[in-house]
Design a protein around this ligand. Structure first.
Ligand SMILES: *[C@@H]1O[C@H](CO)[C@@H](O)[C@H](O)[C@H]1NC(C)=O
Ligand SMILES: *[C@@H]1O[C@H](CO)[C@@H](O)[C@H](O)[C@H]1NC(C)=O
Length: 383
């Protein structure tokens, strides 16, 4: 019994290692930022175990919702390069269970791993924080804000300014997702990250100061005002022109109302054709009709080829007879000609006699010529 269990565990372990059957469970919470790291080093180690290659391999990931080609709307994926870890992050809207499939590629050897991450999305225990501020951190890329240390480093100084411990990060979004531009590939140029913080405590004064119309105007003229001096020492450069504060709960979006299109006249929907459709007549028409026609043609051809053959033979016999008669007549004609040639005693035909000498202009009557033409010199001597 015990050995059986050990065997089962071993089998599961190997399946887990090589079949990618280890499912991970994660527990994000509605309305709170969730980050899952796809650790490049872990996967590199797995590929190492598999192939025994000592080199570190570049790795890329592909993530999708099980049964769908893409991720659910709330979850986003990012990886800076095949040498960096990947991140799945986002802020879920509704509780439930979602299975995310991860495909891991080794870019050098085209090896592949598959695994599943099961998201058990919990409902938020408390009411969503009513005071929400969104900051644009200019000097960060989204991947740099996703590790927990970075989030912590951002949050702690804010807690002092906000004067509360009950701060939570609601969402992190790359500025590129909100209409930002891809920065020039220069050192120190970053895409920028929007970080949405939530709290039950009202905003500190330095936050609300940034929202006056004066400051807005300055921002539009290209100035960069700075607020909350306590935050200046941070590694994070906040763009105070892009701070947005929301101090009440947004009304939940009412479901869109679709107005029915108006028709002139009555609309007759097609009847529900769920009853069985008989395809037999169609079948007959498309299959049997050509076969019938082919059969008929076949019969016709056979009739022509076999039964009408007699007539052909008869005609053949007739022609043979005709040919025989023809040959006989040629034969008898030739005989007759030979006979005639044998007792020929007639003058030479006129056409073979010279009648006019073009040089001398002499005319000779064909009747005068008694000598054989062979004795007449062809070229007459000149006088
Ligand atoms: C988080 O940010 C993304 C991108 O801007 C947005 O689509 C999503 O609705 C946000 N989620 C919450 C809970 O605010
Ligand atoms: C930040 O704010 C400025 C001025 O209000 C605006 O022009 C700019 O587009 C904003 N940046 C982003 C990434 O939204």
């Amino acid at each position: 019994m015990a050995s059986g269990r050990v065997a089962l565990i071993t089998v599961f372990f190997w399946l887990c290692l090589f079949g990618g059957l280890c499912d991970q469970n994660v527990y994000p919470k509605v309305g709170t930022l969730f980050v899952h790291k796809l650790d490049a080093e872990d996967y590199q180690q797995q590929f190492l175990n598999k192939s025994g290659n000592e080199q570190t391999q570049p790795i890329s990931f592909y993530a999708n919702l099980e049964g769908f080609p893409d991720l659910p709307g709330w979850l986003r994926y990012t990886q800076r390069s095949p040498w960096h870890s990947g991140y799945l992050y986002g802020s879920p809207n509704t509780p439930g269970k979602q299975v995310i499939e991860i495909t891991v590629y080794n870019r050098h050897k085209f090896e592949m791993l598959r695994e599943k991450i099961i998201f058990h999305i919990r409902a938020a225990e408390d009411v969503p924080p009513p005071f929400r501020a969104e900051f644009l951190v200019e000097n960060m890329d989204v991947e740099e804000m996703l590790p927990p240390e970075a989030q912590h480093n951002f949050q702690v100084p804010l807690q002092t300014v906000w004067n509360t411990q009950r701060l939570s990060i609601i969402n992190i979004t790359s500025a590129l997702d909100k209409g930002g531009r891809v920065p020039l590939p220069l050192p120190g140029r970053k895409e920028g990250v929007f970080i949405k913080m939530g709290s039950v405590v009202p905003f500190p004064k330095c936050f609300t100061d940034s929202q006056t119309s004066e400051i807005r105007q300055k921002c539009q003229q290209g100035e960069k005002p700075v607020f909350c001096q306590e935050l200046i020492q941070n590694d994070f450069v906040i763009d105070w022109c892009n701070v947005s504060l929301v101090d009440k709960l947004e009304p939940s979006p009412s479901p869109p109302i679709y107005k029915a299109l108006e028709f002139d006249g009555d609309f007759n929907p097609p009847p529900d054709t769920l009853e069985e459709i008989y395809y037999l007549p169609d079948y007959m028409l498309t299959l049997l009709l050509p076969i019938l026609v082919a059969l008929l043609l076949c019969l016709l051809l056979s009739y022509v080829m076999c039964c009408r053959r007699e007539g052909v033979e008869k005609r053949d016999a007739n022609t043979a007879e005709l040919q025989l008669v023809h040959q006989q007549s040629i034969f008898s004609n030739t005989e007759e000609l030979r006979k005639m040639a044998a007792d020929r005693d007639v003058p030479r035909p006129l056409s073979t006699l010279p009648m006019f000498n073009s040089r001398t202009g002499q005319r000779t009557s064909p009747m005068d010529l008694t000598d054989d033409s062979a004795r007449v010199p062809l070229i007459l001597s000149q006088h």
